[in-house]
Write a protein that binds this ligand. Sequence first.
Ligand code: FRU
Length: 503
Amino acid sequence: NALDTEAEMYRPNFHFTPKVGWMNDPNGMFYYNGYYHLYYQHYPDGNKWGPMHWGHAISTDMVAWKEQPIALYPDEKGYIFSGSAVVDLENTSGFGIGGKVPIIAMFTYHNTDIKKAKGIDVESQAIAYSLDEGLTWTKYSGNPVIENPGIRNFRDPKVSWNKEQKKWIMVLAANDKVMFYGSKDLKSWELLSDFGGDWDRELGTHGGVWECPDLFPIPVEGSEETKWVLLVSINPGGPNGGSATQYFIGDFDGTKFIMDTEFEAVLNKGQNHWLDFGKDNYAGVSFSNVTSKDGGKFYMGWMSNWEYANKVPTETWRSAMTVAREIKMFKDDKSYRLASHPVDEIDAYKVGKYKKENIQVDGETALIKVEKVDLSRAAINFTISELKKDSFTFKLSNKVGDELSFGYDGTNNTYFLDRSKSGKTGFSTTFSNKRSTAERISSSKQLTGTLLLDKTSIELFYDDGSTVMTEIFFPNAPFETLSVASVSQDFILDNLEVNQLNR
Ligand code: FRU
């Protein structure tokens, strides 16, 4: 069957995709009793965005996901838009009968019927509970728990437990700001404050509507300090067009988010505050009820962009998630920053292929060939010990002439990613009309890179994850060679470590 062949040709090896149908944002991610749960915006009956359900998958390691029956179906109150889930350990909601620990999901109802009839606001917040650790759900009879206050875009509630205040805090997106709510029982909610909106200063980006916010505390690496992160996805307005996720760093006093003054100064200078500079990482949020051993947050994003998500050349299924990542915070001489890394759990799938040192790059130098390493399931690390003004370009290529190139432009101190010749690109005018760029954050002499390569995606983590780029591509045949080239005479790749990812 031709459709099956196509479906499998582009289906990733180690990224989550739905078996059939459309997928967008990750929703309701949490950890409990040995399992990570991922829900997602899903339209099982078609390959374009449609009436939204919450699909579901579980995993013991955030790498291998097993799809489950659909968790939430749309109903007369509306489509089930994005939201979150929490483990209500102390049964504050009262839904936990018979000593069971209830899981509570909070989501947005998006009602298209009201909109048609009255042309007014259609989004409200609702909850559902699960008494079998996230497998099956009952919608609360008292929904919605937050009525629409007259705001057109009013959605994507992200709930977390606030230890200090002993209450639940929820943040949601409302046009071009976020609003914070508090609750003792997850059913009755009180408005606390908002952030963003009608700024009289150039803070953050208001290129489009704000969506899928997240708020969490995180330790600052190498210090005793804890800071709060506010993630806000925005569409359009991303650094390379369309959808992307910005972040703010500050403090949360239980009621208000107060931006850190150093961070604000950096923002005011127009410097970046993007979690990922590639075109394909959107609407990502953190897992609840779990942190890494260092207090980092686990995170996944949707690996697409609203500019072309509905048109990418897969037919039976559409869209993948990023790999699960660990988000950490560090501080450099200017301000606080976020860094992302693939989760450690991915290491268990690595089979070491080879390491090379001191590679003298002379013209275009082949580094990896398909006979030795399958480049559609690979994890590659490289180091350049002594970065000068060098520019260098890595290139993935295949027999039919497709190319994906990425690297570093020493003149502008930017990383770049160019998929204009990567295969099928004509389905959208903005898929590859210009190469993506990202300012290099690190000022270290040493440049490091970690690359995750799947059949249809590349995730680039530079300089310990301080600059990240994620993009998708659709080659006409699998890539077979990875090469590197530099215009500098004495360019040396000091270290190259190649792993196969057996998944
Ligand atoms: C983000 C988003 C959310 C919304 C969902 C609808 O991609 O627009 O704001 O809840 O997708 O599917």
